[in-house]
Design a binder for this molecule. Structure first.
Ligand code: F7E
Length: 378
């Protein structure tokens, strides 16, 4: 009996003090490297991975600015003050920077979320867009090859529904039917195929998440959803500035970015690498988004006139809220289609948790809180 207790104590001491077991514990912590950490998706993904006990290395072109952004947006405690979160300076337009970063961190997983993310802007700066959104991805994949890390590191690429472009809405679903209609979509299609190619050629565990529009209170103000929620809140608080929009009948599949980062991570936890559509499977128009956003604030919109003269009016007061501005039209638009998310549901076992109404509500509430506190501090 005494002998058994002694053996148990010796074993216990061994586990508590022995260095090898301590370092084994340390080594079991996975390391992730996120390119584009300060954007909407990077921020949510960093938080998500930290909650899964990862050590997260986040790359930003300007870490000091990224710190400021995290602080303003309320991520000081969850990110900046977390010892497992490390901000690094780097840029995917620079191969040396990419190689050095990957060599330094030696991550288990890399997430490439760095992009010039505005489709409209891509018509004005197509070359820069391709440099970042297409060749940037190649630089990361090629660094893995050069550093002989093809078997060690798993890679996630944020692909986009813009790669489908002209997908005819009523055609039978086909995963590989691409006809991008924007410089953004074309650059993203290159990054999609180069990811597939490095998987097939070098056996990298590389996955494309074909992400449909995903929004949140962290969305940039130039994207239509955030533009609308901000305008709605300002109107509610007394502003009479007219909301100028482009194509009200453009349709999108809008999900919640916070849900989508879980899907990115899940892809890298599968037995085999593959590409998945990440979407809600529901289409809504910009018009519906406007109605829903103002509706959340008890403002009912009625539409009058047609075409470029169409206006959205406050039903209760007759005040003009929305006007059309052709500057927000694009030279070519992506045709919307309802994505078939069966494979994502069945193979990845992932479904979005937040529907369209909840998403609009989350964004309106966050903008309302922010605007209120801004006006309070003035
Ligand atoms: O436009 C229409 C516009 O700029 C949505 C990015 O995350 O999702 C996003 O790209 C729709 C378009 O996003 C305005 O014509 C009307 O049909 O919010 P957006 P996007 O172009 O769909 C894809 C999947 C990505 O990968 C991209 O990175 O709304 N629209 N009026 C307007 N759009 C804007 N921005 N402003 C307007 O006034």
């Amino acid at each position: 009996m005494l002998k058994k207790t002694t053996v148990f104590l010796i074993l216990l001491m061994h586990f508590v003090h022995a260095d090898p077991s301590a370092s084994a514990l340390e080594n079991s912590q996975k390391k992730a490297l996120i390119f584009g950490v300060s954007g909407q998706d990077g921020t949510y993904l960093a938080e998500f991975l930290l909650s899964k006990n990862y050590q997260v290395h986040g790359v930003s072109r300007n870490p000091r600015l990224a710190e400021e952004l995290f602080t303003i947006k309320g991520f000081k405690i969850t990110l900046l003050e977390n010892p497992d979160f490390i901000l690094l300076e780097g840029d995917i337009v620079n191969s040396t920077s990419v190689i050095k970063l990957i060599d330094k961190v030696r991550p288990d997983e890399i997430y490439n979320l760095a992009a010039q993310s505005s489709v409209k802007q891509s018509f004005e700066t197509p070359e820069e867009t391709s440099e970042v959104n297409a060749i940037g991805t190649l630089r990361i994949l090629d660094a893995l090859q050069l550093l002989s890390l093809t078997k060690k590191v798993k890679f996630f690429q944020a692909a986009s529904s813009e790669i489908y472009g002209m997908y005819p809405g009523n055609a039978p679903y086909a995963k590989y039917r691409f006809h991008p209609k924007t410089p953004y979509g074309i650059a993203k299609l290159y990054s999609y195929w180069i990811t597939v190619n490095y998987r097939e050629a070098y056996g990298i565990f590389a996955c494309n998440g074909i992400l449909f529009n995903h929004e949140s209170p962290l969305r940039g103000e130039g994207f239509v959803t955030r533009k609308i929620t901000q305008a709605a809140v300002k109107y509610k608080l007394g502003s009479r500035e007219i909301l100028k929009l482009g194509n009200l009948d453009a349709q999108r599949d809008w999900g919640y970015a916070k849900d989508y980062v879980e899907a990115m991570w899940l892809m890298l936890q599968q037995d085999e690498p593959d590409d998945f559509l990440i979407a809600t499977g529901e289409l809504h128009s910009v018009r519906e988004f406007v109605e829903q956003a103002f509706g959340e604030l008890d403002i009912e919109i009625v539409w009058k006139e047609t075409g470029i003269d169409e206006i959205g009016v406050d039903k209760a007061t007759g005040q003009i809220i929305v006007q059309i501005d052709s500057d927000f039209y694009r030279p070519t638009e992506t045709t919307p289609f309802v994505p078939n998310v069966t494979e994502t549901d069945q193979k990845l076992n992932w479904k979005p948790k937040t529907d369209f109404r909840e998403l609009v509500k989350i964004m309106i509430e966050a903008d309302y809180k922010r605007e209120k506190s801004l006006s309070h501090n003035q």
